[in-house]
Design a protein around this ligand. Structure first.
Ligand SMILES: C[S@@+](CC[C@H](N)C(=O)[O-])C[C@H]1O[C@@H](n2cnc3c(N)ncnc32)[C@H](O)[C@@H]1O
Length: 256
């Protein structure tokens, strides 16, 4: 099923001005053309990110930086590209994460977010959910390269996030452009369902913003917006008028 194109007013504010490869939407409206300065700045940012990635891998003895284009790349399943984890602090400051929090990286790839988060935040544990077996295998290898105190707080689950049962202790979800369409909505429905089983505040750290509307429709509210990420939260026991369509993996304007 092709993903829905969002109107400009449905896009998350943090995607404004992002280039097509930053968003990887494929079917959204074309971004405004960048001038010479814009292109130069974009190159500088990419270079900085690549250098940081290389430094991160070297320092931790892992491999996360090489991109992987998967064969099932489609509007619902995007390939692997590591997140710019150094932007996370801007949207989710360290002081707002405590030892009762459990972070799930949805579409964990090679595990960079887990490897970073377990060192940077006082999280109880981190879970990476990854669909592609070869990427999950690299993530496990990366985790096993880390010392015991970090390793024992990281779990890699090989699963489809659309059908994975969200654990009841999960409180922070990170999504760096993993998938679109019905998969995204099914995942949101699982989060809402887990919140129904165990009422708690849940937060969503989401880049690229393509599914901003779906996140709001699932009962989340925007907490803050930064250039690469937006932070949303959903309160426990919140009214959930879209529970049924979400559970069925349908959005409000999908064909019935
Ligand atoms: C852009 S990468 C992000 C990697 C990682 N989260 C990071 O930030 O470094 C998206 C990942 O989502 C995975 N993915 C795509 N569809 C998925 C699904 N339905 N369930 C779980 N993972 C999925 C892809 O295989 C890919 O590794």
């Amino acid at each position: 099923m092709p993903g829905r194109a969002l109107r400009a007013d449905q896009r998350a504010p943090h995607t404004a001005g992002q280039s097509a490869d930053q968003r990887q939407d494929g079917d959204g409206p074309a971004p405004p053309a960048l001038g010479t300065t814009g292109r130069l700045l974009q190159r500088v940012r990419r270079l900085r990110r690549a250098l940081r990635g290389a430094w991160f891998d070297r320092r931790l003895g892992v491999e996360t930086r090489n991109r992987v284009i998967t064969s099932s790349r489609s509007s619902e399943h995007f390939g692997y590209e590591a997140a710019d984890v150094w932007q996370l602090e801007k949207v989710l400051p360290r002081r707002e994460v405590g030892p009762d929090d459990v972070l799930v990286d949805v579409g964990a790839g090679k595990g960079r977010v887990l490897l970073f988060a377990v060192r940077h935040y006082a999280l109880r544990r981190v879970i990476g959910v990854e669909l592609m077996p070869q990427l999950a295998a690299v993530a496990r290898r990366n985790v096993s390269a880390r010392p015991e105190p970090e390793r024992c707080r990281m779990t890699i689950v090989e699963a489809d996030a659309a059908t994975w049962r969200v654990p009841e202790d999960a409180t922070v979800f990170h999504l760096f452009n993993p998938f679109g369409g019905a998969t995204f909505r099914s995942f949101l429905a699982s989060v809402v369902e887990s919140q129904r089983r165990r009422p708690r505040l849940v937060r969503l750290v989401y880049s690229h913003g393509r599914h901003h509307r779906d996140v709001l429709d699932a009962g989340f509210e925007v907490v803050r917006v930064r250039p690469r990420y937006a932070l949303y939260q959903r309160h426990p026991n919140q009214e959930d008028p879209l529970a049924e369509p979400l559970r069925a993996g349908q959005g409000p304007d999908d064909p019935q």
